[in-house]
Design a protein around this ligand. Structure first.
Ligand code: ZN
Length: 501
């Protein structure tokens, strides 16, 4: 290894340490920290963010990247070292546009807004959160101005989560998809009696739910030697190292889906992070490549696996053992149908596969209004209720079930939501390919074998870490760029069968 490469990797490893330490503080803030810790924690996070940013945007980093681009220029595209330099260059060019003082200001605002959001949501009181969100929106405007954009201000924010994706491209994908989804939801609503999900809305002992969620994670191959699950108000997955990838989850005592599918979803994210090649530890290639590719994995494991008939053929006996009373009158087939009920609902993370993307399109729309200065934060809850009524035909009874439900805006994640749907679309494209390569995949699931799917995903996606972008992966694996054809076909095939359309 060249001397400069060695220096670059050493410098980056320390920056990575700072980011991972901040991730531990953020995880603790959600999972264990008492409310009184909010201010000092925000200051601690701001300090770490500032030091990491100063080191990352240092002249030394710029010099090393310049030198290594010359030195490694004739290496093949997928060369590890060249890929490290390429990925760092992309991050560096964006980071140098943000002043260190701004980064620390943003980190502190995030810390305060997250705590305010949690309290506001608990109290079902928008006013408690409003000023924090207004401040966050103002900071995101400034961030977009620092980063720069040629067309839409939103482009600058979107690019942070999905490199090279543009607002207009997302709109072009969403618009025709919206028409297909609305039509499918309408057709399903006329056959709503084909599915009975009442068994899922009973009292489910929280401790037993928690144990069954662990069982689900073990089933899909989550490595508890390199992870654990803790309770939080809003589930997420976070990685402190390839050797320590945490999932978080919540339990709703009278609804089965939340904890179980929360575990499958975050478990999908975690399989990706745990599957990165160990040789990338503490390098710029450690971790998932983009939010949409990450979400393709969480939603594939949650829905294409966890909500498949074959999965429940295997898993139903475990469910029956845990909840003998609730399982009375149920079987694998009824359970499969129940967990696939399609019905307009208020909470995005509990939405079914068909209505889910409509929740995302609503958020994409409102974020664009905020970034185009066409909507004030104070007007947001009323706008939200109206949009829910036009998208899904329902109006949230409380603001906690409406505009206050997601943690994202409080931590500054504006431009992030579209990646959920882009990921879902990619998941279907990948899953179609996986089934072509392994035609007996469903039989494998029914026998409780998920290793081959995980192995195929590890080999094609997980092991590469951040080396390839979404479209590069799509081309390498499926031979075509991101497309909605597979997703629409997947939904129509599955739900036409379940709802006898
Ligand atoms: Zn997710």
């Amino acid at each position: 290894m060249s001397e400069k490469l060695d220096q670059l990797n050493k410098l980056y490893a320390e920056i990575d340490d700072l980011h991972r330490a901040a991730a531990i503080l953020e995880w603790d803030q959600q999972a264990y920290m008492p409310p009184g810790g909010a201010r000092p924690r925000a200051a601690q996070l701001a300090t770490l963010a500032r030091i990491a940013h100063e080191q990352f945007t240092s002249d030394r980093m710029g010099y090393l990247l310049d030198s290594l681009e010359k030195e490694l220029g004739d290496q093949p595209y997928d060369d590890d070292n060249l890929s490290i330099v390429r990925v760092l260059r992309r991050d560096y060019n964006k980071a140098v546009r943000l002043p260190a003082a701004f980064v620390s200001e943003l980190a502190e605002a995030r810390g305060l807004a997250t705590s305010a959001w949690a309290q506001a949501r608990h109290a079902n009181d928008w006013a408690m959160f409003e000023e924090y969100l207004a401040r966050m929106v103002e900071l995101k405007h400034r961030e977009a101005d620092y980063i720069g954009f040629s067309d839409r201000k939103y482009d600058a924010l979107l690019d942070e989560y999905e490199p090279d994706m543009k607002t207009t491209q997302v709109a072009e994908i969403f618009e025709p998809l919206r028409r297909e989804l609305v039509e499918l939801v309408r057709a399903i609503s006329e056959h709503a009696d084909r599915v009975d999900s009442s068994a899922l809305h009973k009292e489910y002992d929280p401790d037993k739910q928690w144990l069954l969620a662990h069982e689900a994670l073990r089933t899909i191959g989550y490595d508890f030697h390199r992870g654990r699950m803790d309770r939080v108000p809003h589930p997420f997955c976070t990685s402190f190292s390839i050797h320590d990838v945490r999932v978080t989850n919540r339990v709703i005592p009278d609804f089965f889906n939340s904890c179980f599918f929360g575990a499958m979803h975050e478990g999908g994210h975690a399989l990706y992070e745990q599957g990165v090649d160990m040789k990338y530890e503490r390098t710029a290639l450690a971790g998932g490549t983009s939010l949409a590719v990450h979400e393709s994995q969480s939603r594939m494991w949650e829905n294409m696996v966890g909500r498949s008939r074959a999965f429940w053929e295997f898993f139903f006996p475990k469910f029956r053992k845990a909840f003998r009373k609730n399982a009375t009158g149920l079987d694998a087939e009824k359970m499969f149908r129940a967990v696939n009920e399609v019905t307009p609902s208020f909470i995005r993370v509990e939405a079914d596969e068909v209505t889910y993307s409509l929740h995302i399109m609503l958020r994409f729309e409102v974020e664009n209004l905020l970034m185009d200065n066409k909507l004030r934060v104070s007007e947001l809850p009323a706008w939200w209720d109206e949009a829910m009524s036009s998208y899904l035909g329902i109006t949230p009874p409380t603001v906690a079930q409406g505009a206050l439900q997601d943690v994202h805006w409080s931590i500054g994640l504006i431009g992030y939501f579209p990646t959920y749907s882009l990921g879902t679309i990619f998941a279907a494209q990948l899953f179609e390919k996986a089934q072509q390569v392994m035609p007996d995949l469903q039989e494998q699931f029914a026998r409780g074998n998920f290793d081959n799917l995980r192995g195929w995903l590890t080999e094609n996606i997980y092991c590469h870490g951040r080396k390839y972008t979404l479209n590069e992966l799509a081309m390498r694996i499926t031979g075509e760029p991101l497309q909605t054809r597979s997703y629409i076909k997947y939904l129509k095939d599955k739900y036409s069968e379940i709802y006898e359309l």
